[in-house]
Design a protein around this ligand. Structure first.
Ligand code: G6P
Length: 491
């Protein structure tokens, strides 16, 4: 990969077009029925905004709700403006097509494959219904490819396509605009070939060829990039140059790169000291009365392994009665993908186990666990600051930014219990308490080790974790992909 960074050089990045399913804004109605825009968070939004003065930016995304749709319909082509920093085009894809592509294919199939989530004795079962969903996924990807082709005509334009929702877009766009510079980035893990082959053969091939149709395919960790190369070799029979991380297939070459997204430490620290966070710090401190805190902050997402995490906390309390009354588990698990029954069931399961723990161990003056299922970023930052132990135990995760963010803002020098199946383990594992996410007993022991770790060691590890988490802030992460694109021959 080109070692010079376009960003470090301060050079103008030219025209950059980003495509992602979820965009940087969403709409809802206020009490008078007026549409109001809400800006989203996350690494992609902050990365893009931090290069906004250096690039001519366009972000193409899908309308994800009826209110988004209404906003998109108000302007020609769904064009919106994000505080004058970036131009946004929100695509009004027909609701039925969107639901099949997003819920059935992207979230119920591709997400399950990349995170190894299937209960294989019964799932998946690909029949005629899936064929119809797959046709919708193609249609949805075509809508993005057409919008990109229309919006990004110049040969110098760089197109950054995000995630599993849009895996077919690079090849589609390359056909529409030969010579376009197209990169795809996967924010998820990638499955090994034996698991990826659960997909119907033509679907597996179409996905891989879709991504290889661009000039560059980016991943968050070596493991995921290597698994992708394995799939290209085994499933497509493509020629894979492991040393150069390059795939040749049907007369076309695509480079594969690893860009481990991290945190903009200065801006996160600044945000974590604002008044709304301070108010939550005070409220949480009062509610937990100086007890040690084991914290987790997640979407209620199957891959996050919240249920086994709660089982581990229960085992911790069962095996260490001396901790009773002296520790509280803060579980902030905000709602996600509730159109899917598996996610609704999972959330109920989390709530049920939390209630059981409270019923089993709670006393009139001690709440062993506080569960909140409402999204509140300021409260999450307060919990990060106060954590003695932060638990990140996903069954599999592309990166996991909670593991990187918490040590950066920590007031107490927190210990990190980290699953070896998280992408961030490659960078953080050395300083974390590593766990096999399926081993509940080992997770309970790691929580205990974190709670009893000498303060000096916790501080030392926390500082090292913070430095590792800040190594590639979003702006540099974006620049490294643009650099990779300039280093390769266009599609
Ligand atoms: C993961 C994916 C993102 C997605 C996010 C939230 O991080 O990689 O593409 O936006 O989850 O999921 P949602 O389905 O709510 O967009």
């Amino acid at each position: 990969m080109n070692q010079r960074s376009a960003l470090a050089d301060g050079q103008d990045m030219g025209r950059v077009v980003v495509a992602s399913n979820r965009g940087p804004v969403s709409f809802s109605q206020d009490s008078r029925g007026e549409l109001v825009a809400r800006r989203g968070g996350g690494g992609l939004v902050s990365g893009l905004m931090s290069v906004a003065d250096r690039a001519d930016l366009l972000w193409i995304c899908a309308a994800m709700s009826e209110d988004d749709r209404a906003a998109a319909q108000r302007t020609p082509g769904g064009r919106l403006d994000l505080d004058g920093t970036a131009e946004i085009r929100m695509l009004d894809i027909p609701a039925g097509v969107f639901a099949a592509a997003y819920n059935s294919v992207a979230n119920s199939t591709l997400w399950f494959v990349s995170h190894l989530l299937y209960n294989t004795p019964v799932q998946p079962a690909f029949g005629p219904e899936f064929a119809a969903d797959w046709a919708a996924y193609r249609e949805y990807n075509t809508a993005f490819a057409l919008a990109l082709a229309e919006s990004a005509p110049g040969p110098g334009t760089q197109v950054l396509v995000q995630d599993y929702h849009l895996a077919l877009v690079p090849a589609m766009l390359a056909r529409l605009r030969p010579g376009a510079r197209i990169a795809h980035f996967s924010h998820t893990p990638w499955a090994p070939p034996d698991y990826f082959r659960l997909l119907p053969d033509p679907v597996a091939r179409e996905l891989l060829e879709g991504m290889l149709g661009g000039s560059h395919a980016g991943f968050l960790a070596d493991r995921w990039a290597d698994a992708f190369l394995d799939c290209c070799e085994t499933i497509l029979g493509a020629a894979v140059d492991r040393a150069a991380r390059r795939v040749h297939h049907r007369g076309h070459a695509c480079s594969v790169g690893v860009h481990p997204l991290g945190v903009d430490a200065a801006s996160l620290r600044h945000r974590s000291r604002e008044t709304d966070v301070e108010a939550h710090v005070q409220a949480l401190t009062e509610a937990t009365r100086g007890r040690q805190l084991v914290v987790r902050v997640d979407r209620t997402e199957l891959s996050k392994n919240i249920v086994r995490g709660l089982a581990a906390y229960r085992e911790l309390l069962a095996t260490h009665p001396e901790l009773h009354g002296r520790v509280t588990h803060l579980v902030f698990a905000y709602p996600s993908r509730h159109d899917l029954p598996e996610y609704r069931d999972y959330t109920r399961n989390v709530q049920r186990i939390a209630q059981q723990i409270t019923a089993e161990f709670g006393t009139p003056d001690w709440e062993p666990l506080i569960l909140e299922v409402k999204d509140d970023y300021a409260r999450s930052l307060a919990a990060y600051r106060l954590a003695d132990v932060i638990v990140v135990n996903p069954v599999r995760d592309g990166m996991n930014l909670v593991a990187k963010e918490t040590p950066i803002v920590s007031d107490r020098g927190c210990a990190l219990v980290l699953s070896r199946e998280a992408g961030s383990f490659a960078e953080l594992g050395e300083h974390a308490l590593a766990v096999n996410p399926f081993d509940v007993t080992a997770t309970a022991r790691a929580m205990y080790a974190g709670l009893t770790m000498p303060r000096a060691e916790r501080d030392r590890r926390c500082a090292a974790l913070g430095a590792a988490g800040a190594a590639m802030p979003p702006a540099r992460w974006m620049a490294s992909q643009l650099d990779a694109l300039t280093a390769v021959t266009p599609a």
